[in-house]
Design a protein around this ligand. Structure first.
Ligand SMILES: [Zn+2]
Length: 57
């Protein structure tokens, strides 16, 4: 539990690798938002090894 580093909502957070901000803890809404807008770097861990979230390859 804690505060989202983007919108300051309190609640459960998820780790995101933001392209500008680095590793931050955000709420699920912000995480999905970042994911949709492709603002995260490769989430290789979450996707099991293949990067489908950005054009790093
Ligand atoms: Zn948030």
């Amino acid at each position: 539990m804690g505060k989202c580093e983007l919108c300051s909502n309190e609640g459960s957070r998820m780790e995101a690798n933001h392209k500008e901000l680095g590793r931050i803890m955000v709420c699920q809404d912000c995480w999905v938002n970042l994911y949709d807008k492709n603002r995260m770097t490769c989430s290789v861990d979450a996707s099991g090894g293949s990067c489908s979230c950005c054009s790093c390859r």
